[in-house]
Design a protein around this ligand. Structure first.
Ligand code: SAM
Length: 246
């Protein structure tokens, strides 16, 4: 694997022109931010916050006194971190979408920074832990981003990345595709009336389907300098990647 240069998926011409993924992603999250939690609750049948909390706990997070939630979005992971810590730590949420950050701050006043995860505006060794929920596919390059995460974590700092990994083939894959690519967008359109929200959920599936396999994510974490790199899988599809900065 090269020192940098692992896009999480090939360019998707159906959604954006070559080289325009970053702009497309920011614009679609801005346009649909208001609907994100409503549709997420629908799609996860109300279990999304519970599962995020369970994953954090499983991996011993939060730890220390300073945390960063990359791709905070509307704050689904961040709120669970604060809940688990009893509000006893300093947490910063980072996200390039002002729309998503605005939604997060409507729900809870949180320290928020508008930036891309691969260019985080923090000095080296700033955080005791770093989380990122369901944004791996939106990064431009995994090694580049993971190197940045490694830089801003302090030695001993822990990383947790949550992601959905569909089965590679078979009935499980077909069912999940039906659920995420067809049923969820149809329900989203019905409940919100917004085509862009339905489009976002189709985009989610299309990126999941062509995302690099977990072995490459794990290898990218090692290349970026993480140790104790592991993947825990819940219910066959929920990937929890962890690593520690030595
Ligand atoms: C599916 S949402 C996940 C939000 C939240 N973490 C959760 O668990 O629900 C993905 C988020 O990733 C953000 N994002 C997209 N590209 C990013 C990047 N390069 N760096 C950091 N965040 C990014 C989007 O703006 C969006 O808020």
């Amino acid at each position: 694997m090269p020192a940098a240069g692992l896009p999480p998926h090939p360019e998707l011409a159906r959604y954006y022109r070559p080289g325009e993924k970053k702009r497309f992603v920011r614009e679609i999250f801005d346009a649909t931010a208001e609907d994100y939690e409503r549709v997420e609750r629908l799609m996860s049948l109300g279990w999304g916050a519970w599962y995020r909390r369970r994953a954090l706990r499983r991996h011993g997070l939060p730890q220390g006194s300073r945390g960063l939630d990359v791709a905070m979005g509307t704050g689904l992971v961040a709120r669970e971190i604060l809940r688990l810590s009893g509000d006893g730590l300093f947490l910063v949420g980072l996200d390039p979408s002002l729309g998503m950050l605005h939604e997060a701050r409507k729900r809870r006043p949180l320290a928020a920074v508008a930036a891309f995860g691969e260019a985080a505006p923090f000095p080296a060794d700033s955080f005791d832990f770093l989380t990122m929920g369901y944004a791996l596919r939106h990064l431009p390059d995994l090694v580049l981003a993971f190197r940045e995460f490694h830089r801003i974590l302090r030695p001993g700092g822990k990383l947790l990345i949550l992601e959905i990994t569909p089965p590679r083939r078979g009935l499980g894959k077909s069912l999940l595709k039906w659920y995420i690519r067809f049923l969820t967008p149809a329900a989203a359109l019905l409940f919100t009336g917004h085509r862009a929200t339905a489009h976002l959920w189709r985009y989610f599936w299309d990126t999941m389907e062509v995302c690099v396999p977990p072995e490459e994510v794990l290898q990218a974490l090692r290349v970026a300098g993480f140790s104790l790199v592991q993947r825990f899988v819940e219910l066959g599809i929920f990937s929890e990647y962890t690593g520690v900065k030595p």
